[in-house]
Design a protein around this ligand. Sequence first.
Ligand SMILES: Nc1ncnc2c1ncn2[C@@H]1O[C@H](COP(=O)(O)OP(=O)(O)OP(=O)(O)O)[C@@H](O)[C@H]1O
Ligand SMILES: [Mg+2]
Length: 272
Amino acid sequence: MSSATPTAKAGGAVRAAGTDGRAQRPIVAMRHISKIYATGDAEVHAVRDVSLTIERGDFVAIMGASGSGKSTMMNIVGCLDIPTQGWYWLDGVDVRLLDEVALAEVRSRKIGFVFQSYNLIPRTTALANVELPLAYAGVHRQERRQRAIAAIEAVGLSERMSHLPNEMSGGQQQRVAVARAIVTNPAMILADEPTGNLDTTAAEDVMRIFSALNEEGRTVVLITHEADIAAFAKRVIRLRDGQIIEDYRVAAVAGRPPRLGAEHTIRTVEAS
Ligand SMILES: Nc1ncnc2c1ncn2[C@@H]1O[C@H](COP(=O)(O)OP(=O)(O)OP(=O)(O)O)[C@@H](O)[C@H]1O
Ligand SMILES: [Mg+2]
């Protein structure tokens, strides 16, 4: 439960200074966010008074040592967890005003998640795995199939559509997970160490796909331990003990992702 104290100004939408257009509204606006876990008689301050704005179209890498609060931050950004204190507007919506059902709805409409361990459903084909979020969203069977096929093509796995997860390499499984994350056409992709289980080549393939998705306008936020992976991002944020200790920009939000391969293009997954 959130114990944040509402204030009169907290309910309004946050906009970038000097603009009133929807395109300029940051996708993430957090103010004074803290997360405290109570474990037995000890309290863990996983995130401490973090304020963070992420612009639409940015490509952000979050780095930091184990236990520095990266996943906790990501889970709050993705509305998988609720902060103990602070304000969070996701795409202009004050998420504190949403109940569980509305939060789940916002998550499924606005965010695509990718995790280190792929989290594919075993004994279920790549295509069926990618269709699943659309099934939950109530998309009709035929459209579901078409969009899932387009998403799988977008990650370069047309030849593996009817394969089961255990018939694919780690890199291929993660690409299926990326296809599943983008099939709903989310504005933002959140990835928690998506390359953590992959070798260098497979990791770079996945990162080029994220770069291409970012190039076509999607916001990408990923957690990584590796500088080589962070080098794909436009902005790098480093956490220590639940606080931002470093935040620097490598490329403009509207610019090209720094390591988008010239040879790599991706087709947009059309919204319904
Ligand atoms: N559900 C929980 N209950 C209690 N403490 C937690 C919980 N989740 C995380 N923590 C604690 O909060 C701190 C931050 O954890 P978090 O998972 O965000 O770190 P991380 O930066 O993602 O680390 P890693 O790189 O190992 O994944 C840690 O001290 C962790 O033990
Ligand atoms: Mg983590």
